[in-house]
Design a protein around this ligand. Structure first.
Ligand code: CO
Length: 174
């Protein structure tokens, strides 16, 4: 396994809308790729990691999320390949961060309830309804695969402040 470098805000691949992949083509690479992505995500205490965050143009993301609200609950891994959000409901303004913008936290509006369709790591199509943190993670990761970042969703009035904060933080990024 290996810890991969995470691409940072400003790198063009984070603004690419990634095209669906053919599962059979990427299947042989998946075991090592997913192990590396999981190790990388764990190393920085992330909730999710999209392929373009490690420099790969696959429409694929990995999510690591506690199975329950209990302290030290085991993490459940979701691998979402070619995900599509089928429906969204509710709205909530909540603080969010991103591994590609380390150190920055800002409030963004997200749906509270989403239904998503994707291919899992075994090549099986799944339709899943999610609420809470998982719903947020699905939206955040699908946005990544569409070339969008959470700061795009910040209230326009707060954007100058966010821009300033990013400028300051950037000098610390690798
Ligand atoms: Co992110």
């Amino acid at each position: 396994m290996a810890i991969l470098r995470i691409t940072k805000y400003g790198e063009p691949i984070l603004r690419q809308k990634l095209k669906p992949v053919n599962y059979a083509d990427i299947a042989p690479k998946l075991p090592k790729l997913l192990a590396d992505m999981e190790e990388t995500c764990l190393a920085v205490h992330g909730v999710g990691l999209a392929a373009n965050q490690i420099g790969l143009d696959y429409r694929l993301a990995l999510i690591l999320i506690p199975q329950s609200d209990e302290e030290n609950a085991p993490l459940k891994r979701y691998v979402i390949i070619n995900p599509v959000i089928l429906s969204k409901r509710g709205e909530k303004l909540e603080e969010e961060g991103c591994l590609s913008l380390p150190g920055l936290w800002a409030d963004v509006k997200r749906a509270t309830d989403v239904t998503i369709k994707y291919i899992d790591e075994n090549g099986v199509e799944q339709v899943k309804r999610a609420r809470g943190l998982l719903a947020k993670a699905f939206q955040h990761e699908v946005d990544h695969l569409d070339g969008k970042l959470f700061v795009d969703l910040v209230d326009p009035k707060l954007k100058p402040e966010v821009k300033k904060a990013i400028k300051k933080l950037r000098s610390n990024w690798d």
